[in-house]
Design a protein around this ligand. Structure first.
Ligand SMILES: CC(C)(COP(=O)(O)OP(=O)(O)OC[C@H]1O[C@@H](n2cnc3c(N)ncnc32)[C@H](O)[C@@H]1OP(=O)(O)O)[C@@H](O)C(=O)NCCC(=O)NCCS
Length: 149
């Protein structure tokens, strides 16, 4: 059974491995730990039994919820895990008085763009050369947003 729980220090290595398997430049273990301890952040993991299979985090700043990171272990994709993680993050929007949700995504990342559209996010603007690639080139970010009314 897939469960969602709060990020803990003992999950840092697994979260790092998921991020490494998911994006060209993953967060460092230090960055993961910093965000885990950031009072403005909500950081959660999805687990299948004892195995961490995905994670998501967002920052609640004023009336905005900014989704900062999300990834699912490749072998667990397309089974609704990311949807479950985002549903859980967004449950706290009421408590924080969130009116507006925001995120950046690589313009080439069709799976993620489709996921966010399915959850009601709309394409906003393109931010040029936002992401650095390992080969030194850059990729644009699509900013997606959603009003919470
Ligand atoms: C994007 C990602 C988090 C989706 O996780 P997931 O658990 O597979 O997503 P879900 O199973 O909840 O899928 C929900 C919806 O997302 C979209 N989607 C997911 N995978 C897709 C794919 N490979 N191609 C197209 N659309 C896809 C679909 O709209 C899907 O709904 P559907 O099943 O009704 O078609 C996952 O592919 C991933 O970890 N990617 C690498 C990291 C990343 O890109 N993170 C986002 C950074 S902004």
């Amino acid at each position: 059974m897939i469960t969602i729980e709060k990020m803990k220090k003992e999950y840092i290595d697994e979260v790092y491995e998921i991020d490494k398997a998911s994006v060209p430049i993953p967060w460092s273990k230090n960055s993961i730990e910093e965000e885990m301890n950031n009072i403005l952040a909500k950081f959660i993991v999805a687990k299948d039994g004892d195995i961490v299979i995905g994670f998501a985090m967002c920052w609640f700043i004023m009336d905005e919820c900014h989704i900062g990171n999300l990834a699912v272990l490749p072998s667990y994709r397309n089974q609704g895990v990311a949807t479950k993680l985002l549903d859980d993050l967004l449950k706290e929007c009421d408590e924080h008085g969130t009116n507006y949700l925001l995120l950046e995504v690589r313009v080439s990342n069709t799976p993620a763009i489709n996921l966010y559209k399915k959850l009601g996010f709309e394409e906003s603007v393109v931010r040029k050369h936002y992401y650095k690639n390992p080969d030194g080139t850059y990729e644009d970010a699509l900013i997606m947003s959603k009003d919470r009314v």
